[in-house]
Write a protein that binds this ligand. Structure first.
Ligand SMILES: Cc1cc2nc3c(=O)[nH]c(=O)nc-3n(C[C@H](O)[C@H](O)[C@H](O)COP(=O)(O)O)c2cc1C
Length: 225
């Protein structure tokens, strides 16, 4: 059985394009695999706390030496990491805010990318001392932006600090495969927006079919699990 972790980062509860893409992705997946397990983590409306000096001290303290207060400080991080660990596919529905990810999503990243939990650090590895602990996950980024041309070679590619940033940190989420569907031109509200939205909507079932069949091929012993 596939476990999907759906993360929503839009601050908008209504009229959100990324939430609509997320709904579509989950509906398509459940049509293919009705028994799939879907975990919802809405950071857009309930952002995780940002990290503090006390939080960092608790992380770097040996687990058996932590005070009750330090353990309590890490409870959200522990829970979010447990959710991540169980996920086969991370469905990350996120807008572009100020050319990057919303602060709420960055807060989630900072809570889950944690030494000893999602990565190890060893200077014996030389200039690349960090190594992820988890592996084998697929990340689906469902994005929306008001402007356009953020893809490779596009006029605003250099201003895209959303998908490249997520891809960079995704290594420490145990991600090995990344897929992206995005809507652009939202602020223009013109034909280009309508076409971009329609293309993204059409791409979702195709992506679901491709990921589901790849999963079947990889693990032929059962139907989809
Ligand atoms: C606070 C904020 C910042 C934004 N910053 C950008 C930006 O830097 N570039 C851009 O193209 N669009 C930007 N937008 C537009 C959003 O990316 C766009 O409205 C998107 O559809 C929002 O996602 P949602 O529909 O899921 O809420 C911004 C919107 C908001 C509310």
């Amino acid at each position: 059985m596939t476990t999907l972790l759906r993360i929503d980062a839009s601050a908008r509860k209504t009229r959100s394009l990324t939430r609509a893409l997320g709904d579509r992705f989950i509906a398509c997946w459940l049509a293919v695999e009705p028994a799939a397990n879907v975990v919802f983590r809405d950071v857009g409306t309930a952002p995780p706390p940002i990290v503090t000096e006390d939080w960092i001290a608790a992380v770097f303290c040996d687990a058996d030496k932590r005070t009750a207060e330090q353990s309590a400080l890490l409870r959200t991080s522990d829970a979010l990491i447990d959710e991540l660990a169980r996920a086969d596919i991370i469905v990350m529905a996120t807008p572009m805010y100020n050319y990057g990810m919303p602060a709420a999503l960055k807060a989630w990243v900072d809570q889950v990318v944690r030494i000893g939990k999602t990565f190890t650090f060893d200077l014996a590895r030389g200039d690349r001392p960090l190594e992820p602990i988890m592996d084998g996950k697929t990340l689906v980024m469902l994005t929306s932006s008001g402007e356009f041309g953020f893809g490779a070679g596009g006029p605003n590619a250099g201003s895209n600090h959303l998908t490249p940033h997520i891809e960079t940190v995704s290594k420490y989420l145990g991600v090995e495969t990344v897929r992206h569907i995005g809507i652009e031109y939202q602020e223009f509200g013109d034909d280009r927006f309508a076409a971009s939205k329609a293309a993204a909507e059409a791409a979702v079932p195709d992506l679901v079919a491709a990921l589901a069949s790849r999963k079947r091929l990889r693990r032929p012993e059962t139907s989809l699990d």
